[in-house]
Design a protein around this ligand. Sequence first.
Ligand code: DX5
Ligand code: ZN
Length: 225
Amino acid sequence: KKENWIAPSILSADFAQLGTDVKDVIAAGADVVHFDVMDNHYVPNLTIGPLVCESLKNFMVKEDVKAPIDVHLMVKPVDRLIGDFASAGADIITFHPEASEHIDRSLQLIKAEGCQAGLVFNPGTSLSYLEHVMDKIDMILIMSVNPGFGGQAFIPQALEKLKAARKMIDESGRDIRLEIDGGVKVENIAEVAAAGCDTFVSGSGIFGKANASDANRYDTVIQQM
Ligand code: DX5
Ligand code: ZN
């Protein structure tokens, strides 16, 4: 199992001050920026695209904020956005296998761009998609909510799925991160970790809990995680 990473989802950040929100949350101890891309087609919500990713990356370079950008594509089709996000500074790109016509090709496209690649599993999606591509992925993302919105309740069945994915990773002997996304809070992160997770996305649990008037507003919640 790899070193634990906290991955704040910027879906719950203040988009009017996205750069400073990201800078502050990384300074508070978070490890990776989780960047949720929704297309109003694969999921019933619309968020941000490569332009915002590029602006954020430029800001992070300028301000010396060192953290990978983990792009979670909730889009269909998948492939034509891969190059755009890689050029915009993505370090990790994950997608939902049922949203891609050719999963192996999408993974190859991500790797060819020099990014790490991962597959995302909705609460109702089978892990069997992994069977023939374990040697091509760097990350498995288990959704503990149905994708589309921040602030939803954690679906407990995700814990069993995490354990199953952990087993597959261990048996593969490969260096694959196991990420959870949806409803993760200070209150339940310990049991998520116990199920084998090493990368913890949290949106409302981090940005929603911060006290906006406090200069160190993310420190307490990140430290508790
Ligand atoms: C849901 C997104 C998540 C979401 C998590 O579709 O993929 O990353 O922002 O938000 P919380 O932590 O509030 O459930
Ligand atoms: Zn996400």
